[in-house]
Design a protein around this ligand. Structure first.
Ligand code: ADP
Ligand code: MG
Length: 554
C-alpha cells in the first residue's frame, strides 16, 4: 500500500544567552513558522509536518509518535528506516543516541524489538546487527576496526549489501547496547578531532530481523516454510551545513574539501523522488554510498520516518530554512511497503535451521540457559564462516580480474616489441632518413601511450558555472535542480574534490626521452646513430618489463 514518508521537525533547546533581535521560530501544533519579533508571521516561511516537536519534547515522546510504528512493522516483516537530518549541533545525535536519563531512538528501538518478539509466541526470530560509518565516501565497519573501505555489492539473493561487513547475531537488548558501545569506541579510535569527524560522517545502525512460524506439527509446511526478512536502518547523518557550503558561490567554494557527496546526492534523490516519482525519472541512488545503502528505504519497499533537527537561534535561521525545505520535499515522497516473505536460502534462519535443530536435540536435557548460549555461539560461528567465505570469493574475483589485466598488458607489450624489433632491423637497413624520422615519431608516441593512460586517471575536469547562481544557503527547491548536474560532475571526478578555480586541469603529458631537435631533417649521421641507440635501449627496457610482468604473473 502506498504511503507517505513520515516527516517530523524537532527544535532543540536554545544554547545562546542572546535574545532574538529580529525574528523567531514559532511552533503551533504541527506547524513551524518564522515570525517577526513583535508580531506577524513572515509569508512563505510557514511549514506543516506530521509532527513538530518543541524544545521541551523528550526522546521518549519522539520515539512514541514518530518511530515506534516503523519498529513494530519491522518485527512484522516490513523494512524500516529512521534517520536524523540537520545542521551540526542541532540535535541529531541527541535524538538517535540520547542521554543517560532519556535514551535515544536506537536504544528504544532495540529494547522495543526484543520486548515485542517475546510476546510473539508462534514465531521464531533470528536477529543480527551491524554498525557502519560512511566517512569521505568510504564505508568502515564500526564493529571491527580492520574492516575499512568496504565495497557495496548487489546480488539477486541478498539485494544490495555491504560486502565484508561484520554482522553479529544477538538475542537480547543488552548485547546490542554493549556492541554499540564498542562501536563508538572504534569510531573514536585514532581520531584527534571527534567533532569534526562526526559532523562529516554518517553512521548506520542496522538490524536484520528474520522470523518463521513455529512448526505446530500440523503437517502444513507451506506456511511455516516462508521466512520473513526485514531490514531496519537507524541513521545519524552528517551535518547538513556541509551541503549548504557546496551550494554557495565564491569564497566558500574553496572549502570544497568539505563537500559531502553522500549528503548532496541524498538531497538530489529526495528532490527527484518528490517531483517525479510518477514520471519514472532516473533516481541517482548509485551516485553515493549512503543513497545506495538506503535505496529501498527511500524509494520503495520500506516504512520510513525522517526527523529533521533544527537550532532555534537567530544566527542559524538560514540553515534552519534549508532543513525545513529539505523536510518539505521529503514529505512528498510516497513509499510502498510490503511484508518480505521469502522461500530461498537468502534467509539465514533457513540456512541454519538444520544445524540448530541438531544442536537442540543434542542439548536436550541440559538447562535452557546453557542451551541458549550454545545456540547463540553456534549461530555466530556459522555466520562468521559465511562472511569469511563471501570475502574470499570477492578477493578471488578481484585476483582473477587483475590477472586478466596483466595478461592483456603482456600481449600489448609483445605487440610493441614486435613492432619495435622490425623497426630496428628496418632502421639498420634503411638509408632514407626522412621516412625513418616519421616512423620514429609515430613509434615513440605509441610507445608512451600506456604511461599516459595510467596517469590520466588523475585527470579531472571541474565546472563552476552550475554553482554560481545558487544562493548562499541550502538550495531552494527550484534551484535545487541545478545541483543535480553534479551527478555528472561527481562521475567525472570519481569523487575527487577539485579546487574549482583550477578549471580543466589535466596532468602534464610526460615527454619521452627523444629531444625533438634530434630529429631535424638535416641531422647528421651521428644523431641518427644516437637515435638508433636510444631505440634499442627502449626495446631492452620493454623486454625487461615484459619479463618482470611474466615473473609477477607466475
Ligand atoms: P548533532 O548531532 O546534530 O551535531 P547533538 O545531538 O550533538 O547535535 O547536539 C548538540 C548539543 O545540544 C549536545 O550537547 C546535546 O546534548 C544538546 N541537545 C540537542 N538536542 C537536545 C534536546 N532536545 N534536549 C536537550 N539537549 C539537546
Ligand atoms: Mg552528531
Amino acid at each position: 500500500m502506498a504511503e507517505k514518508i513520515c516527516v517530523a521537525v524537532r527544535v532543540r533547546p536554545s544554547i545562546s544567552e542572546e535574545s532574538p533581535s529580529g525574528t523567531f521560530w514559532k511552533i503551533e501544533d504541527n506547524r513551524i513558522s518564522l515570525h517577526k519579533l513583535h508580531g506577524t508571521p513572515i509569508s512563505g516561511l510557514s511549514y506543516a509536518f506530521d509532527h513538530v516537536f518543541d524544545e521541551s519534547c523528550s526522546n521518549s515522546k519522539v520515539y512514541e509518535l514518530l518511530t515506534k510504528d516503523v519498529i513494530h512493522a519491522a518485527v512484522d516483516g516490513f523494512n524500516g528506516t529512521a534517520f536524523a537530518y540537520g545542521q551540526t549541533s542541532s540535535g541529531k545525535t541527541y535524538t538517535m543516541n540520547g542521554s543517560l536519563n532519556d535514551p535515544g531512538i536506537i536504544h528504544r528501538a532495540v529494547n522495543d524489538v526484543f520486548q515485542k518478539i517475546q510476546m510473539i509466541s508462534d514465531r521464531e526470530f533470528l536477529i543480527r546487527v551491524s554498525y557502519m560509518e560512511i566517512y569521505n565516501e568510504e564505508i568502515n565497519d564500526l564493529f571491527t576496526v580492520e574492516n575499512q573501505k568496504l565495497p557495496i555489492h548487489e546480488s539477486l539473493e541478498r539485494g544490495i549489501f555491504v560486502a565484508g561487513l561484520r554482522e553479529e547475531i544477538v538475542n537480547n537488548a543488552e548485547q546490542v547496547i554493549k556492541l554499540l558501545e564498542s562501536g563508538e569506541v572504534n569510531r573514536h579510535f585514532g581520531e584527534t578531532n571527534m567533532n569534526a569527524r562526526s559532523s562529516r560522517s554518517h553512521t548506520i545502525f542496522r538490524m536484520v530481523i528474520e522470523s518463521k512460524g513455529i512448526d505446530t506439527g500440523s503437517g502444513d509446511y507451506s506456511s511455516s516454510d516462508a521466512i520473513r526478512v526485514s531490514i531496519l536502518n537507524l541513521v545519524d547523518l552528517a551535518g547538513s551545513e556541509r551541503i549548504a557550503k557546496t551550494g554557495a558561490g565564491g569564497v566558500r567554494l574553496k572549502e570544497g574539501k568539505y563537500i559531502n557527496k553522500s549528503l548532496m546526492v541524498l538531497g538530489n534523490v529526495i528532490n527527484k523522488l518528490s517531483n517525479g516519482a510518477k514520471q519514472r525519472v532516473h533516481i541517482p541512488y548509485r551516485d553515493s554510498k549512503l543513497t545506495r545503502i538506503l535505496q529501498t528505504a527511500l524509494g520503495g519497499n520500506a516504512k520510513t520516518s525522517i526527523i529533521c533537527t533544527v537550532a532555534p537561534e537567530e544566527v542559524h535561521v538560514e540553515e534552519t530554512k534549508g532543513t525545513l525545505q529539505f523536510a518539505s520535499r521529503a514529505k512528498r515522497i510516497t513509499n510502498c511497503a510490503q511484508v518480505n516473505e521469502i522461500l530461498t536460502d537468502a534467509a539465514l534462519l533457513k540456512r541454519q535451521q538444520l544445524e540448530i535443530e541438531d544442536l537442540r536435540r543434542k542439548l536436550q536435557g541440559s538447562r535452557s540457559e546453557v542451551m541458549e548460549q550454545e545456540i547463540l555461539k553456534l549461530r555466530n560461528d556459522m555466520l562468521k564462516y559465511e562472511l569469511e567465505r563471501e570475502k574470499l570469493e570477492m578477493e578471488l574475483e578481484e585476483e582473477r580480474r587483475s590477472h586478466k589485466e596483466r595478461e592483456q598488458r603482456i600481449r600489448d607489450q609483445q605487440l610493441k616489441i614486435e613492432n619495435l624489433s622490425s623497426l630496428v632491423s628496418d632502421g639498420d637497413r634503411s638509408s632514407s632518413q626522412d621516412s625513418m624520422k616519421e616512423s620514429l615519431k609515430d613509434e615513440c608516441n605509441d610507445f608512451k601511450t600506456p604511461c599516459f593512460k595510467e596517469t590520466s586517471n588523475n585527470a579531472f575536469v571541474a565546472k563552476r558555472s552550475n554553482y554560481s547562481e545558487l544562493p548562499d544557503f541550502s538550495p531552494l527547491p527550484d534551484s535545487f535542480s541545478n545541483v543535480a548536474d553534479e551527478d555528472t560532475w561527481f562521475k567525472m571526478n570519481k569523487g575527487y574534490i577539485a579546487d574549482l578555480d583550477a578549471l580543466q586541469t589535466t596532468p602534464a603529458r610526460k615527454v619521452q626521452s627523444f629531444p625533438p631537435q634530434d630529429i631535424t631533417p638535416d641531422c647528421s649521421n651521428d644523431n641518427y646513430k644516437l637515435e638508433l641507440q636510444n631505440l634499442k635501449t627502449q626495446l631492452e627496457l620493454v623486454i625487461k618489463e615484459k619479463v618482470e610482468l611474466q615473473v609477477e604473473k607466475t
